[in-house]
Design a protein around this ligand. Structure first.
Ligand SMILES: [Zn+2]
Length: 62
């Protein structure tokens, strides 16, 4: 699926717009969210596996 940069129509063609002959672009850019749930999940997995040791215990109990 591509979108014409000139007329804004969507087309399945790859070379150029079938309506106006304009250039085509991929309409949806890759979504990037640092606060993704997947990132949170990965963080938890790291904590579980002991790779991440950010939170050291405040209360020391020897
Ligand atoms: Zn067009």
């Amino acid at each position: 699926m591509r979108k014409c940069v000139k007329c804004g129509r969507y087309t399945l063609r790859r070379d150029k717009c079938p309506v106006c002959g304009g250039e085509l672009t991929v309409p949806h850019p890759p979504r990037f969210s640092p606060e993704d749930k997947y990132v949170e999940y990965r963080l938890k997995m790291k904590m579980k596996s002991g790779l991440l040791s950010l939170d050291k215990p405040l209360i020391y109990d020897p």
